[in-house]
Design a protein around this ligand. Structure first.
Ligand SMILES: Cc1ncc(COP(=O)(O)O)c(C=O)c1O
Length: 355
């Protein structure tokens, strides 16, 4: 038990899943992206719920993340995103993951460890990060298949699906062009959340949404049909009235005029509450915004109150909405980052409750 915790609303996860599902062609299935502890929401309960909702497969970023799902009894196919490094091959196979290949060196190691292993091959259609060039694809497939690996699918990833649909469509064209002449029929997938919402590549064999499942808008907009599913709550560990000139926190960056009511809350930057919110962030208590005063420390944060709170007061650290001051998306905008980062920063040491 801790006096600070996350609550994840799995019914709302279902609502977001259905919003995305309604944008897909009938045959298109969902690979639900649950990497980084399901974007901070807790991989196992979220993955189980997504499979119950009808997701066909899951995707993670590391073999360890895949192993966590397997250890929880999840048997669905799990993709390992990124480009497999030879060092990861053994663990990926142990966890029965489907690696993403873009390097022959990794392919060789994988084939030596497990002839016939199932893989997907990634094509770089414009993002420049991971994937073989479209013109290299036929040669790469031939080599990998000659090694004895089973290439089940081919994928690409969009760089600007949240902001440039023309370039996203160009990436899709390059992808379809690259696979057009191939002798075998591979399973194809490309769309992330933003592409699904925009209807690009939402009719291939699979889509790979992540952020939108959690109700967080991929384009960082504060207007969205999606519903954030995560709340972060806390109780105060200490309340005090400050005397004039009393400083608060490391560096004594804030000083009381006298008479202010200060609440100390038991979370800090080690829990994923950014230190950059020192003297500029807010929490919520009922309808009221409470300013963070002093520096956020590793395990403690201090806020000001206008009046003594009720004894059982539950402070809202993250609200499950698009509030500019207290939601993940609003706060990300204020801090010059993205909701993806603030969600994935939520530490595994925070207890998570599901309802
Ligand atoms: C290869 C790949 N596919 C899909 C996703 C999901 O993206 P999003 O969370 O924007 O839907 C990611 C996330 O980074 C990814 O790396």
């Amino acid at each position: 038990m801790r006096a600070t915790w996350l609550e994840v609303d799995l019914a709302r996860l279902g609502e977001n899943y259905r919003i995305l599902k309604n944008r897909l062609s009938k045959k298109t299935r969902v690979i639900a992206v649950v990497k980084a502890n399901a974007y901070g929401h807790g991989a196992v309960p979220v993955a189980k719920k997504l499979l119950e909702l009808g997701a066909a497969r899951l995707a993670v970023a590391t073999a360890g993340e895949g192993a966590e799902l397997r250890n929880a009894g999840i048997g669905a196919p799990i993709h390992l995103l990124g480009s497999l490094h030879p060092l990861e091959a053994e663990d990926a196979l142990k966890a029965d993951l489907i690696p993403t290949l873009a390097s022959l060196e990794a392919a060789r190691v994988l084939a030596a460890l497990r002839p016939g292993a199932k893989v997907h091959v990634k094509v770089d259609t414009g993002m420049g990060r991971v994937g073989v060039r479209p013109e290299e694809l036929p040669g790469f497939l031939a080599e990998v298949e000659a090694m004895g690996l089973f290439v089940e699918g081919i994928l690409t990833h969009f760089a600007v699906a949240d902001e440039d649909l023309a370039f996203t469509r160009l990436q899709l064209e390059r992808f379809l062009e690259a696979v057009r002449g191939l002798k075998k029929r591979y399973l194809l997938h490309a769309a992330n959340s933003a592409a699904v919402l925009a209807g690009v590549a939402s009719d291939l064999d699979f889509v790979r949404p992540g952020i939108a499942l959690y109700g967080l808008p991929p384009d960082q907009s504060l207007k969205s049909k999606l519903k954030p599913i995560l709340s972060w709550k806390a109780r105060a560990t200490l309340l005090k009235t400050l005397s004039p000139g009393h400083g608060v926190g490391y560096g004594l960056t804030w000083k009381a005029e006298g008479g202010e009511i200060l609440a100390t809350l038991p979370f800090g930057y080690a829990d994923g509450f950014p230190r950059a919110l020192s003297n500029r962030g807010f929490l919520r208590l009922g309808q009221e915004y409470l300013p963070v005063v002093g520096r956020v420390s590793m395990d403690q944060t201090t806020v000001l109150l206008k009046a003594p709170p009720p004894p059982d007061a539950v402070f809202e650290v993250v609200t499950p909405d698009l509030d500019p001051k207290t939601s993940l998306t609003g706060r990300a905008l204020a801090l010059g980052t993205i909701n993806y980062e603030l969600a994935t920063l939520l530490s595994s040491r925070l207890p998570r409750m599901y309802h």
